[in-house]
Design a protein around this ligand. Structure first.
Ligand SMILES: [Zn+2]
Length: 415
């Protein structure tokens, strides 16, 4: 069971204020200037030296594939996305429901202790006589973790996935319809079909969109078919959007504006796209990352995620969204504060879990918010993202659900 800790003392906010924070159930009921130093009472947590932030979020994972990198499921260097897919397809029939559950749980626990209380994972439809075993494994995991995090499932359908499979997946409890229209023989028809299915089941969509650098773009069909929901909640999301990084600036702006008119969400995935795209282009190697600064400038709903971690698609990844924020700064030239928001409150917004803050201050913890928080031992956002300190407390709905402390000892003379 999670620990209760309803009063936080001496925490620093991103605006420099030092405060005491009180929870009332799952919400932040009170934030006040830190009271004068005194003994910390039972049930209170002293956060002197800690920065209090919105909890981290992982808006695009593949928990069913994660931690499978092995001689049986190798990464095929230089063969890009297609090489990774063929490697995965050859080996995935070995994956049982129990095996998928255990790996997904291991990755989720790492994300949780790093401060992540919301994960959106895509989940494969297997091409054999048990196509939905990964869906069942992850729904089992969602039930087991329901007290500590929000777990959303996106059905990663093939272009020929049957109606019966969609129906059964929704009945089992997947939250969104997904797919990769750019991989289908007819991307327009596939996009139309997926959108129609999502409409039938009244669920949102999150597509792997144009995860390539030079083929025909498909995103305009997605934008055309997307509808804007009556609220600010993001209903449809384009993950990857790698192709947007290589179209002309005129074309890019036209697409970004039309996507913003539909409140389409974007999820940039720097680690996997840096690895999968451009490997065969040794001069002027492209990066393949959605143009985050342009999307931010437009006011789009945009987030960043880890995507594949330690599997045939990407051999690296520490299951720490701060690693992704750091990559966003380095590879996409995004300002540090904005990069952190992409893996926390902006990610929650794209996931439909929170509205955009009216003051656009994405990182300031405020009264009335759901108490999903990360307290991290850092003096500034620069330090939090740059050093990724391991001293952290994670709160979900007002409950302390994970804590970690790093112990360092120097064992030499003359220090
Ligand atoms: Zn993906």
């Amino acid at each position: 069971m999670p620990h209760s800790s309803s009063i936080l003392r001496n925490a620093s906010l991103v605006n420099g204020e030092q405060v005491d924070v009180r929870f009332d159930g799952s919400r932040i009921s009170h934030i006040a200037p830190a009271s004068p130093p005194s003994a910390i009472s039972r049930g209170e947590l002293d956060l002197q030296g800690y920065l209090l932030l919105p909890a981290l979020a992982e808006p695009h994972a593949h928990l069913d594939k994660t931690l499978t990198l092995s001689p049986d499921v190798p990464f095929q260097s230089g063969k890009g996305l297609e090489g990774a897919i063929s490697s995965w397809h050859r080996a995935r029939h070995h994956m049982t429901e129990a095996n998928i559950y255990e790996r997904a749980k291991s990755a989720s626990m790492k994300l949780l202790h790093h401060g992540t209380t919301a994960i959106r994972t895509h989940v494969d439809v297997h091409r054999d006589d048990d196509p939905l075993r990964a869906v069942r494994a992850l729904i089992h995991l969602r039930n087991d973790l329901r007290d500590v995090m929000n777990l959303q499932l996106v059905l990663l359908a093939h272009w020929d996935t049957s109606e019966e499979i969609f129906k059964e997946a929704v009945r089992l409890g997947v939250d969104l319809i997904g797919g990769a229209p750019h991989m289908a023989p007819d991307p327009v028809r596939h996009t139309e079909r997926l959108m129609k299915i999502a409409e039938t089941f009244n669920v949102g969509t999150d597509f792997h969109t144009d995860e390539h650098l030079d083929r025909e773009s498909t995103i305009q069909h997605f934008i055309r078919l997307a509808y804007r929901s009556s609220t600010e909640v993001v209903r449809h999301t384009a993950s990857h959007a790698s192709r947007l990084s290589t179209v002309s600036s005129f074309e890019r702006q036209r697409i970004i504006e039309s996507a913003a008119a539909k409140n389409l969400g974007f999820i940039a995935l720097p680690q996997t796209n840096l690895y999968l795209q451009g490997g065969n282009q040794r001069i002027g190697t492209p990066r393949g990352i959605a143009p985050i600064n342009d999307l931010l400038h437009q006011g789009s709903a945009v987030a960043a995620g880890g995507d594949n971690q330690r599997d045939a698609f990407n051999p690296m990844g520490r299951f720490d969204p701060l690693e992704i924020a750091s990559l966003v700064v380095t590879a996409s030239h995004v300002e540090v504060k904005a990069a952190l928001a992409l893996v926390s409150s902006r990610a929650r917004h794209v996931m439909g879990l929170a509205e955009a803050p009216s003051d656009r201050n994405w990182l300031l913890v405020k009264q009335g918010q759901q108490a999903d928080l990360l307290a991290i031992k850092a003096k500034s956002i620069d330090q939090a993202v740059g050093e990724s300190p391991m001293d952290r407390y994670t709160f979900h709905k007002g409950q302390l659900v994970a804590r970690s402390h790093l112990r360092v000892e120097f064992l030499f003379r003359g220090r």
